[in-house]
Design a protein around this ligand. Structure first.
Ligand code: HEC
Ligand code: HEC
Ligand code: HEC
Ligand code: HEC
Ligand code: HEC
Length: 392
């Protein structure tokens, strides 16, 4: 089915709908579009200045789509993912592709500009708006390049999901950084490499997409083809609510929730428990890996560290090992004793855990990256892999 496109006139009507919804939802009595500036804490939209608006003007066929989208993360104009640049007044070109519909259109040349680069000034206040996915030009985007350099062919709206949910760095960046440095030698030049967030498409392409740090001599599962009709982003996610309906899964799976789905008859985490979802194995091995990363920082790198998922760059120093982040002049002390070995294991840990849907996007690849990272750390820690009883 061709995607509905929005020529100019109905765009205005659409904006009218959004304004009506925005003001209704936030009980604004006279939300003139002018007031809906970015600095305004109450109105979550930067609206075009074309009010006043009437709810009755909303096109009926768009009604449900708008209401669904409006409640989704893509429309959450208050989120850090859309407000991070408020103080700068413009969204940084390196970030705009994924943090604003306007930036996305600029990147793909859908606004008539050169494709493959954000060359315009991108205003703050944008979200993943309708014209990000409903855009005639999108059908001409035939491939998407991943941070690994892998170029993946795409069709239609998938181009949009894969552009924004691919992360920002890949195992290759880690490999280039550590190059031939001594594996267990702390190096103050090394910094934590963050794969970025909501990296679903990277997980999904697996070893073929080369998102993770793939250890020499190991084979990795490729793209998770799964099964028709669950072979694309939108066959599982409603493109507007972004939610995953559970009913369709039950055609093929027996489970109480997506998290409970399991096909594997063997246990990957050494628990022997195959009554739980495969997600549970992934989580358990991720926990094991994090414990080993911390032991390694302490025992091998000689500098204990702490992970705090709420603050970038996530790893901080705990020199005296008391479990509290060291502070210096009121600021947390960023971890500074990375070794090539801890850097690559931590990248994989973050990549897997940065995708809450890893178990449905590519359970096998997730398990492989975790296993190999655990095995790599087990060596200097003197841990016997046999005793951990994990399966790759
Ligand atoms: C390839 C696409 C892409 C690029 C490029 C990108 N981001 Fe993101 N970023 C995302 C996605 C997707 C999320 C949403 C994660 C979520 O909250 O679910 C995100 C989330 C964020 C968040 C919110 C994190 C949180 O904890 O809520 C910040 C901050 C951020 N990005 C900063 C940046 C900066 C700064 C740049 C440029 C230097 C950038 N991003 C470039 C895709 C991208
Ligand atoms: C992230 C991408 C994305 C965004 C953003 C988006 N859509 Fe859609 N929309 C889709 C896809 C994909 C379909 C096709 C769904 C299908 O085939 O089942 C679709 C279908 C539709 C349809 C057809 C009926 C339906 O619901 O399937 C309408 C109408 C629509 N969108 C309107 C909108 C409006 C209005 C907005 C903004 C408020 C919007 N869309 C934002 C991706 C998107
Ligand atoms: C222009 C970039 C962009 C495009 C295109 C895009 N997304 Fe997103 N997506 C984001 C950002 C940014 C967030 C995080 C927003 C936030 O934190 O509120 C996000 C959040 C999500 C979430 C998380 C929802 C939640 O509740 O946290 C899902 C699922 C998602 N997107 C799926 C998709 C799918 C499927 C497509 C393709 C149809 C798609 N996205 C297209 C940028 C994009
Ligand atoms: C087999 C079904 C399936 C497919 C295909 C699929 N997903 Fe997911 N996705 C899920 C499930 C299940 C979750 C976890 C949802 C949860 O825990 O609430 C999820 C989670 C996510 C999240 C994180 C949501 C959050 O709460 O932060 C994002 C982003 C996402 N998916 C994007 C995508 C993109 C982009 C694609 C295509 C490359 C895709 N998904 C393909 C089933 C799927
Ligand atoms: C048409 C049948 C079909 C549908 C529908 C389907 N799946 Fe699957 N699923 C499979 C098959 C077949 C496998 C095994 C694939 C493989 O290992 O290569 C699988 C594997 C999985 C796994 C990995 C289980 C394990 O132990 O490795 C998860 C998780 C999963 N599916 C989640 C989902 C979710 C969530 C949905 C609904 C959104 C869904 N599936 C819908 C057929 C289906």
């Amino acid at each position: 089915m061709p995607l509905p496109l929005f020529p100019k006139p109905s765009c205005l009507i659409l904006s009218a709908g959004l304004a009506a919804l925005a003001s209704a939802a936030f009980a604004q009595t006279s939300s003139g579009a002018e007031e809906a500036g970015v600095g305004d804490a109450v109105v979550p939209f930067a609206l075009p200045q074309s009010g006043p608006f009437e709810p009755a003007d909303i096109e009926i066929e768009n009604d449900q789509a708008i209401a669904d989208w409006f409640r989704s993360a893509h429309a959450n104009a208050a989120a850090e993912a859309f407000r991070h640049w408020d103080d700068e007044g413009q969204v940084n070109a390196a970030c705009a592709t994924c943090h604003s519909g306007e930036g996305f259109r600029d990147f793909h040349g859908l606004d008539g500009s050169e494709a493959g680069v954000v060359d315009g000034e991108i205003d703050v206040g944008g979200v993943v708006d309708c014209g990000t996915c409903h855009n005639a030009g999108l059908s001409e985007v035939e491939e998407v390049t991943f941070p690994s350099g892998v170029v993946h062919p795409v069709q239609g709206v998938e181009a949009s999901c894969l552009t924004c949910h691919q992360g920002r760095s890949a195992g290759k960046d880690v490999a280039d950084t550590i190059a031939d440095r001594a594996l267990d030698q702390p190096d103050p030049e090394l910094r934590f490499i963050n794969p970025h967030y909501a990296t679903a498409a990277a997980t999904w392409l697996g070893g073929y997409g080369e998102a993770g740090y793939q250890y020499d001599g190991r084979d990795y599962s490729g793209r998770f083809f799964h099964a028709r009709p669950v072979e694309s982003c939108n066959s599982c996610h409603d493109p507007h609510t972004l939610e995953v309906g559970f009913e369709p899964c039950l055609t093929c799976h027996q489970a109480d929730s997506p998290q409970d789905i399991r096909i594997a008859r063997q246990s990957y985490d050494g628990s022997g428990d195959t009554s739980v979802g495969i997600r549970s194995d992934i989580e358990a091995n991720a926990d094991t890996l994090m414990r080993m990363i911390r032991d390694y920082m302490d025992e091998v790198a000689g500098a204990p560290g702490i992970y705090d998922g709420t603050r970038y760059p996530y790893f901080f120093s705990d020199a005296n090992g008391d479990g509290a982040i060291d502070m210096d002049g009121g600021e947390p002390v960023v971890y500074g004793a990375w070794t090539p070995r801890s850097l690559r294991a931590t990248f994989n840990w973050k990549l897997v855990t940065a995708d809450p849907g890893n178990y449905a996007h590519n359970p096998q690849y997730s398990l492989e990256l975790l296993y190999d990272s655990i095995a790599d750390l087990s060596d200097p820690l003197g841990i016997d892999m046999e005793e951990l009883d994990l399966l790759r």
